[in-house]
Design a protein around this ligand. Structure first.
Ligand code: CP
Length: 313
């Protein structure tokens, strides 16, 4: 049995470099299952995974459902619009009622930072944080690391530029924590209004222009502007944002010639990314999505107590 000394996955902060490597290695093994005609192994047969998504999601929710089903777990999906939270039930009451039905793992996405940690203190099931406000999105960071490792052969020593709305990005926070633990050099680039105080304390070099952050980078991670989290406008308009912070061919040429371009999605085409780059040969954005399924299989396997020897079916 692979060693993983955690009941929950609440963030990257609590994980060691060894924990991260365990998940990445296991994710690589599970990735092979997607190439089979029958994409299923019996590893989590009899286990129940509830996906409690109280905030919008395409990639993460679908990916967790596919991951659970590929491991033969029973997957149940609850979304905000179809749950009794719309009738005024609290998140904790909702979770306690779900827990009373004895699931093994609850995957939760919520707009409030700390939601997953709070649930982990009150329910019996293992909790996976699928994104809590601007706090953490640990499986996104893990799939990002998996993608970088696959394309670059390593993570240690690479220079990774994370550009865009750093302030409101749980991905930026989880990414920098994971990448630093695995030995990468991380740069943040954003307009000053989207660069949080204390960003350097996370271990990233910070830039208020994109060009110096891109110089010599091995990997570029572009972030979406999260206007839904703004209280008031933080830059004049998207055209101006794109002019100064959008990734285009001229700016990409500042990176290493073999640099890869990543994005957690959803993309705002023409805002943070020129469509020619989003669809071009340097972009590995859809590979990130594919790897997300394998990484989530690894996480469910480790938390769900997958049977020894059945990781590969
Ligand atoms: N990257 C990501 O979390 O995408 P979704 O919001 O579609 O899940």
């Amino acid at each position: 049995m692979t060693s993983f000394p955690h009941k929950h996955l609440l963030g990257i902060e609590a994980l060691s470099a060894e924990d991260l490597t365990t998940i990445l290695d296991l994710g690589e093994r599970f990735g092979e299952i997607a190439t089979r005609p029958i994409k299923k192994v019996p590893t989590l047969r009899g286990k129940t995974v509830v996906n409690l998504f109280l905030e919008a999601s395409t990639r993460t929710r679908t990916s967790f459902e596919i991951a659970a089903k590929r491991l033969s777990a029973d997957a149940v999906n609850i979304s905000g619009a179809s749950s009794s939270t719309v009738k005024g039930e609290t998140l904790l009451d909702t979770a306690l009622n779900i827990d009373a039905m004895t699931p093994d793992i609850v995957v939760v996405r919520h707009a409030q930072a700390g939601a997953a940690v709070m649930l982990s203190k009150h329910i019996r099931a293992s909790v996976v944080n699928a994104g809590d406000g601007a706090h953490e999105h640990p499986t996104q960071a893990l799939l990002d690391c998996s993608t970088i490792r696959a394309h670059k052969g390593k993570i240690a020593g690479l220079t990774v530029a994370i550009c865009g709305d750093i302030t409101h990005s749980r991905v930026a926070r989880s990414d920098v924590l994971a990448l630093k633990k695995l030995g990468a050099h991380v740069r943040f680039a954003a307009p000053r209004t989207l660069l949080p105080a204390g960003a350097e304390a996370l271990g990233a070099a910070t830039f208020d222009r994109i060009e110096p952050a891109l110089e010599g980078a091995d990997v570029v991670i572009m972030l979406r502007i999260q206007k839904e989290r703004f209280g008031a406008p933080l830059f004049p308009n998207t055209r101006e944002y794109s002019r100064y912070f959008g990734l285009n061919e001229r700016r990409l040429a500042l990176c290493k010639p073999d640099a890869i371009v990543m994005h957690p999605g959803p993309i705002n085409r023409g805002v943070e990314l020129d469509p020619a780059i989003a669809d071009g040969p340097r972009a590995v954005i859809l590979d990130q999505v594919s790897r997300g399924v394998a990484i989530r299989m690894a996480v469910l396997y480790l938390l769900g107590g997958g049977e020894a020897g059945t990781a590969e079916g």
